[in-house]
Design a protein around this ligand. Structure first.
Ligand code: SOE
Length: 429
């Protein structure tokens, strides 16, 4: 069947001796001694800094937490920005640098929400200092950095935990999708069809770190495919074994340069001025690939920042032998379900409004029918992290650095498949 599959070994500088993954797989999770409060040190004060600060603040209001979070410090790299952020979001203090923030004895968990190129340096330093780390996705800019992060997590002091902010896992509809699949309601899974489509990368959007390969690693691939690869693994509990048919596209080569007055990066909310100086864009605008799951299902992934008309269309459809489910983040409170076990005359797509207290996470918020938004999945994730740090269990599985490393292996396999136009087995990465 897979005679065309050939293993790849040249891209990765460091040899992946089988011992690495064995060590990664066999790690026993050690419990941290429950602290009374979890001091959060936020590194970054942009879009993600705000959504995380909000999540840490709201989590104890909606969840019963043994170890509630407290916003201890923020470091953004700019003193004025850090001070303003601290005052606005109720953070106790602004730290002059992330290095100082990590050393703060009151900081128990370092929350990494800076541009991707800093994920590895900040996370590894924090782990070495014995701090828990919650890092934004994608785990890192390169597979080598991602592996270093996974190894640093494994080598960290007993009880130190890592988390990666794959926020969409905690949309009630996505968690419900996972529960239905795990209960066997769909039977064997045959197809996964995943798309993450945005349109803010249009030509008039000025430059930002997100268009700089050295800072962002990649474009739509790391930013968006990271989410849907994680989601496919999360909802099915299956792993992606092989990748093929990958294709990356860069439609825009230059964008209006960032000026001091255009620094507020609103994901396309700004328009570039006529005659503005140009700066090279060095990332993909769209990235597509095919994959085969370990249990035999076939999958397709499509990410784009130039899919005009789609704002945040993170979509997934899963087809099994007894039924299908589909999700679209632009209608994030709904899960569509086709139950193929019903008599044919009763079959049809049903729209489940996932706001019943029996739906994952929904009962922590509002009465049935009072829908949730983008921020709620982050609030639920902050609560799950605190539950784990208090020695408990998350309501739905969380990704740690080792788990996110597996997602990064798939992303890397797709990059190699696109460049070399061939099949790549993810276990050769
Ligand atoms: C921009 O593409 C972005 O903010 C991503 O970086 C996030 O991860 C995603 O949730 C929304 O879109």
């Amino acid at each position: 069947m897979d005679r065309s599959v050939r293993s790849h070994d040249s891209m990765i500088q460091r040899q992946d001796d089988c011992g690495t993954m064995k060590k990664i797989n066999s790690r026993k999770s050690a419990q941290a001694k429950a602290p009374r409060e979890v001091g959060i040190g936020l590194v970054g004060a942009g879009f993600m800094g705000r959504i995380h600060a909000n999540a840490w603040r709201q989590a104890p209001l909606f969840f019963n937490l043994k170890s509630p979070p407290t916003l201890t410090a923020v470091a953004s790299g700019h003193a004025k920005e850090s001070n303003e952020f601290a005052a606005k979001w109720g953070v106790s203090k602004a730290s002059p640098s992330w290095e100082r923030l990590i050393k703060d004895p009151k900081v128990a968990l370092v929350d990494v929400c800076v541009p991707n190129y800093l994920h590895a340096a900040v996370s590894i330093a924090a782990l070495k200092a014995g701090k828990h780390v919650a890092c934004e996705k994608p785990l890192a800019n390169t597979i080598t950095q991602a592996r270093d992060m996974a190894l640093a997590a494994l080598g960290a002091k007993k009880g130190v935990r890592t988390f990666v902010w794959f926020n969409y896992r905690r949309c009630p509809a996505v968690s419900l999708m996972r529960e239905l699949i795990h209960q066997g309601r769909l039977g064997r899974i045959r197809h996964i069809r995943a798309q993450y489509l945005q349109d803010w990368g249009r030509a008039s959007t000025p430059h930002s770190w997100r268009f700089d390969g050295a800072l962002a690693g990649s474009g739509a691939h790391g930013d968006l495919n990271a989410h849907i690869v994680d989601m496919a693994r999360f909802v099915t509990g299956d792993e992606i074994d092989q990748v093929c048919g990958a294709m990356e596209a860069q439609f825009i080569q230059e964008r209006a340069a960032v000026t001091a007055s255009s620094k507020n990066l609103g994901l396309g909310a700004q328009k570039s001025k006529r005659g503005a100086q140009q700066q090279a864009s060095t990332v993909d605008d769209a990235f597509l690939f095919l994959a085969r799951m370990h249990n035999g299902a076939v999958a397709s992934f499509e990410a784009s920042r130039m899919a005009t008309g789609n704002k945040n269309a993170n979509r997934m459809e899963v087809n099994g032998e007894f039924g299908s489910v589909k999700f679209d983040f632009e209608r994030m409170n709904e899960l569509q379900w086709w139950d193929d076990t019903l008599p044919a005359r009763e079959q049809g797509w049903s729209r489940i409004l996932c706001t019943d207290p029996s739906h994952p996470y929904a009962g922590h918020f509002w009465p049935p029918g009072h829908v949730l938004g983008y921020e709620h999945a982050f609030i639920s994730m902050a609560a799950d992290i605190c539950a784990v740090l208090a020695g408990g269990e998350p309501e739905q599985p969380l990704a740690d650095f080792v788990d996110a490393y597996r997602t990064q292996q798939v992303l890397e396999a797709a990059i190699i498949s696109a460049r070399e136009q061939c099949w790549i087995r993810t276990d050769t990465i």
